[in-house]
Each structure stands twice: as structure tokens, then as C-alpha cells.
Design a binder for this molecule. Structure first.
Ligand code: ADP
Ligand code: MG
Length: 241
């Protein structure tokens, strides 16, 4: 399996604190990977480093075979715009723009002409076609997150990182968003890496990484939700090393 993103001995420190501790791993193309772990275990830091949003203190990150830790900030931004999509818990849609303009904004900022047929397919697939001219405030949470997913996919990125994408959604809407992410992987070969606190959500992924104290402590293939819940409860009760 070819890797879309590879982290080699990545450490990220914030002052005295080691948020990510010597992590080596790769995200294979076309897989749906969940990242779990107690609060503060380094999940967001892992995603931010893997997405070239945050430079590691040491170690290297390669996206599509390019070592992003050696690029200037400008080149990193360019590479991110073309190869990486990001979905946040808080959607991060601009309130003054229509949903459609929000979706195409990153493309326009990167000087890339939107692929209209692709955008139409995505919009149709996520079911927000009748919401494109509305402002984000006029959409439900689930619709906003679906718009954010279309935005993340607009440039046909190699990988989509989602940091607790269902964290602000009710159960049913969260389940629909998970179905959507899973379908994008199954039907379009998209690579998705998703942080979640929900073992049921994680069980929809192909693989689940479990983090503790800035390290990946388990890699589980299609774990059952109960198995994950037990593992996480144990980790939460263990004193920090
Ligand atoms: P998680 O997403 O698993 O909850 P994070 O990756 O956000 O964990 O954080 C890991 C550790 O790094 C935490 O102890 C957190 O307080 C710390 N941390 C994260 N971001 C920063 C930052 N910008 N400045 C200082 N400390 C940070
Ligand atoms: Mg986090």
C-alpha cells in the first residue's frame, strides 16, 4: 500500500511540554483511519503536523513524497492548498460568504480554477444543493459540516484530515456525516484521517490509532466499539508516565 503521508520520528514540543513524542507512522492511500486517545494525548498535534499546518520540533513529515519540513512557509502553504483538506469541529466557514463562496474560497486563494463538474458531484452527494446561496448561519450544524467537507474535497486533495468532525453534531447528524466520510473513501478512494472521541465513530474507520502521552500506543484494524471503549477507559485511568 502506498503511503500518502509519512511521519518519521516526529516530535512537537511546546516549551517544556512534549505534545508529540517521536512518532513514526504512515497513512496509506485510500484508507479511513481514526485517531483516538484521552484529551491532551496529542491527537490534534498529530493532525496539525501531518497536515503541514504546524512544523514539528524535530523529525520529518512527507506528503505525497515531498518532505514538507524542508519547505519554506510559502511552499508549504501551496502544497497544503493542493494536497491537503481539513475539516474542523467548528466548521470554520466565513459567516459573510455564501456557502458556495465558502466552498470555492480556498481554490480561489490558491489560484486554482474550480472544477465545476467535481463540485457539482460533491454538492449533490452531500445533499446541500439547495443551500449554496445561503449564508452558513442559515444552515443546520450537519449542513454546515457537509459544506465544510465539500470545501475540504474541492481541490481533490490526496488526504483529508478531520479533527472531531462530528463533535458538535447530534447523534443522527453525526452518523450521516460518518457515512459520508466512509463513502468518500469507499467510492472515490479518498484518504481520510479523523480524530474522534466516539468508539462507534471510530469503528466505521478501517484502522484506529490509539494515542497516549504523545505516542501511538495501539494500531487496531476494524476494532469493535466495545473493545475501543474498554481500551480508552483503561488509558484514562492510567497515571501519566
Ligand atoms: P488532544 O487533541 O489529544 O486533546 P492536543 O494535541 O491538542 O491533544 O494537545 C497535546 C498537548 O499539547 C496538551 O497537553 C496541550 O495542552 C498541549 N498543546 C497543544 N497545543 C498547544 C499550544 N499551541 N501551546 C501550548 N501547548 C499546547
Ligand atoms: Mg484535539
Amino acid at each position: 500500500m502506498s503511503a500518502v503521508v509519512t511521519l518519521e520520528r516526529v516530535t512537537r514540543r511546546y516549551g517544556e511540554l512534549t505534545a508529540l513524542d517521536d512518532v513514526t507512522l504512515s497513512f496509506p492511500r485510500g484508507r479511513f483511519v481514526a485517531v483516538m486517545g484521552p484529551s491532551g494525548s496529542g491527537k490534534s498535534t498529530l493532525l496539525n503536523c501531518a497536515a503541514a499546518l504546524d512544523p514539528p520540533t524535530s523529525g520529518s513529515v512527507a506528503i505525497g513524497g515531498v518532505d514538507v519540513t524542508r519547505l519554506s512557509e510559502a511552499r508549504r502553504t501551496e502544497l497544503r492548498g493542493k494536497h491537503v483538506g481539513f475539516v474542523f469541529q467548528s466548521y470554520n466557514l466565513l459567516p459573510v460568504l455564501s456557502v458556495e463562496d465558502n466552498i470555492t474560497l480556498p481554490l480561489r486563494l490558491a489560484g486554482v480554477r474550480p472544477d465545476r463538474a467535481w463540485l457539482a458531484e460533491l454538492v449533490d452527494r452531500v445533499g446541500i444543493g439547495d443551500r449554496l446561496r445561503h449564508r452558513p448561519a442559515e444552515l443546520s450544524g450537519g449542513q454546515r459540516q457537509r459544506a465544510a467537507i465539500v470545501r475540504a474535497l474541492a481541490a481533490r486533495p490526496d488526504v483529508v484530515f478531520a479533527d472531531e468532525p462530528t463533535g458538535a453534531l447530534d447523534l443522527r447528524t453525526a452518523s450521516a456525516v460518518l457515512d459520508l466520510l466512509r463513502d468518500l473513501v469507499e467510492d472515490l478512494g479518498q484518504t481520510v484521517v479523523m480524530v474522534t472521541h466516539d468508539p462507534v465513530a471510530a469503528s466505521r474507520a478501517h484502522d484506529t490509532l490509539v494515542m497516549a502521552d504523545g505516542r501511538v500506543v495501539d494500531v487496531l484494524a476494524s476494532p469493535r466499539p466495545e473493545e475501543l471503549a474498554v481500551r480508552l477507559t483503561r488509558l484514562a485511568m492510567e497515571p501519566a508516565a
